[in-house]
Design a protein around this ligand. Structure first.
Ligand code: FES
Length: 74
């Protein structure tokens, strides 16, 4: 079962999040997207921040959760 989202305290710097649903290290990309044609979501944070990261891969604003897992947009 896919998790709806991951609430994480993230460090500053570049981060790659899984957009394909295959990673064994969610919400982070572990390279398992190879061959799918899907690229990970990439963000650059200037400072540490708490993030609500998409866990269902349906978000329209990935890597951030937009409540698509609820079947509606926020
Ligand atoms: S493992 Fe899912 S996008 Fe990289």
């Amino acid at each position: 079962m896919k998790e709806p989202y991951h609430l994480i305290e993230e460090t500053a710097g570049e981060h790659l999040y899984c957009a394909c649903g295959r990673s064994k290290n969610k919400p982070y990309c572990d390279g398992s997207h190879g061959g799918t044609g899907i690229s990970p979501w990439r963000i650059q944070l200037p400072a540490p921040r708490t993030l609500k990261i998409c866990g269902c891969t349906k978000s329209g604003i990935g890597p951030f959760c937009d409540d698509s897992h609820l079947g509606k947009k926020s």
